[in-house]
Design a protein around this ligand. Structure first.
Ligand code: ARG
Length: 468
């Protein structure tokens, strides 16, 4: 059979087109090409190729001359990409084929030997693990910087009181420093989760080749070591198809983004004039094109909003993965965009939150004034009745409820009631009780470990600082 080739027949792929009469159609090319996003892997790809090449040389699969030519070519390519001189084309599908074909163009035969004992399947798995590892290494200091900004606020506002809420209803007075430190704890666990993810992902897929391993006498421990992995993966089929490292990264990112979103929601609330607790700095606020008075905490709203996309990325990747048989399927190419996007958005959110927390003005007077509403020291009164009159707590709760009702009809706070008023509800109450009805006394008394008392907050801030 003779092949009829017209000028309309797409040319076959130079790297894998041997068994094809025609190249992929335009639609296939568009659908198949990942270069637009996986060019982000170029550093990791070149790093992986360097390690693979050096290993091939060391075990005698490549000559020293070939190795040197390849390594030189890879340096050139890295420079070309970084200087913007590298030509990208969708016909070459992905970053791996771009770099390999340019290498062959630059150094000829030795370049064509680089792919010995390697497949794009173990190559991309390696690159992607390296990328996620780098992303975690970038993220950790940013999360630490945010913790540090929160600790700064905690130290400055260790004794600043505001209404603590449950159900968004006035509950008990707390200190603003204590509130800040709650987020420091969340971020500590977030960093721990990313560190765990890093530990688990740090195994090298290189050497798994397409799926079954290779008949060449390779040294996977050597490439693993060169790339900073703890060792090679145990199973070649797992090595090329596992993406749980990416899912775990996204899960950790989704949890961290959820924490940031909750803090963002609080900033939005606190910045609203109804609260007026904080002023978000101009650099993180915007105005309105129609309402001249507006001052919107947009950065906080965007942090809250972007968390949705990050959570979506996790969901998306889980769904891509859940029906895939072993080993590699092209579906796996869909793994990168959600991870790249989520990592980028999270970086941005953490940086913006750090700026907002560091630059916000804390309106301590508004916080203190808000403590006058909501009978925040009712629990203190009940506790006093238990402690001083040896009243069972349930009875003390009922008595305090009546006192609250009385204050409500009087239109005043608990501390503003007269002793006679208080005694009309419970005859045993003495003047002593006023020592526990004040806001400052209330927070100072909450000195149990992890409590909101200013002294506790100062100690907790110092401990958190030390942990950083
Ligand atoms: N661009 C591909 C990906 O991201 C690389 C691996 C391709 N492997 C293959 N057998 N076609 O997954």
């Amino acid at each position: 059979m003779t092949e009829k080739k017209t000028s309309n027949t797409p040319t076959t792929n130079p790297l894998w087109g041997g068994r094809f009469a025609s190249g992929p159609g335009a639609l296939m090319e568009q659908m198949n090409a990942s270069i637009e996003f996986d060019k982000a892997l170029y550093t990791q790809d070149i790093e992986g190729s360097r390690a693979h090449c050096t290993m091939l040389g060391s075990v005698g699969i490549l000559s020293d001359d070939d190795c040197n030519a390849i390594l030189k070519g890879l340096d050139t390519i890295q420079n070309e990409i970084e200087s913007g001189d590298f030509v990208f084309s969708p016909a070459l599908e992905d970053i791996h084929m771009h770099i390999e074909s340019r290498l062959i163009e630059l150094v000829g035969d030795p370049g064509a030997r680089l792919h010995t004992a390697r497949s794009r399947n173990d190559q991309v798995a390696t690159d992607f693990r390296l990328w996620v590892r780098d992303a975690i290494d970038r993220l950790d200091p940013s999360l630490r910087a945010l913790q540090s900004a929160l600790i700064d606020q905690a130290e400055a506002e260790a004794a600043t009181v505001l209404p603590g809420l449950t159900h968004l209803q006035p509950a008990q007075p707390v200190t603003f420093g204590h509130h800040m430190l709650a987020y420091v704890e969340m971020l500590r666990r977030d960093r721990g989760r990313f560190a765990d993810c890093r530990g688990r992902l740090n195994e090298s897929p290189l050497g798994a080749a397409a799926l079954a391993g290779t008949s060449f006498p390779i040294d996977p421990a050597m490439t693993a070591k060169a790339l900073g992995f703890d060792g090679p993966m145990n199973n070649s089929m797992d090595a090329v198809s596992a993406r749980d490292f990416a899912i775990e990264f996204l899960a950790d990112a989704a949890i961290a983004a959820t924490h940031l979103s909750r803090l963002a929601e609080e900033l939005v609330m606190w910045a609203s004039p109804r609260f007026g607790f904080v002023t978000v700095d101009d650099t993180f606020s915007t105005g309105s094109s129609i309402m001249p008075q507006k001052r919107n905490p947009d950065a906080a709203e965007l942090v809250r909003g972007k968390s949705g996309r990050i959570i979506g990325a996790l969901n998306g990747l889980l769904i891509v993965l859940k029906g895939l048989p072993l080993a590699y399927s092209k579906d796996l190419q869909e793994d990168k965009e959600p991870v790249f996007a989520a990592a980028g958005q999270l970086d941005l959110c953490v940086a913006a939150m750090t700026g907002m927390i560091g630059g916000m003005t804390v309106n301590t007077q508004a916080m203190r004034a808000a403590c006058e509403d909501g009978f925040l020291t009712a629990t203190d009164l009940a506790d006093w009745l238990v402690r001083t009159l040896n009243m069972p707590f349930r009875n003390a709760h009922a008595v305090t409820g009546q006192v609250v009702k009385l204050a409500e009809t009087r239109g005043c706070g608990l501390a503003d009631l007269s002793l006679a008023d208080l005694q009309s509800v419970e005859a045993g109450i003495t003047d002593d009780v006023f020592q526990v009805l004040g806001i400052e006394q209330s927070v100072a008394s909450r000195s149990s470990p992890g409590g909101t008392a200013p002294d506790q907050v100062r100690a907790a801030a110092a401990a958190a600082r030390k942990r950083l």
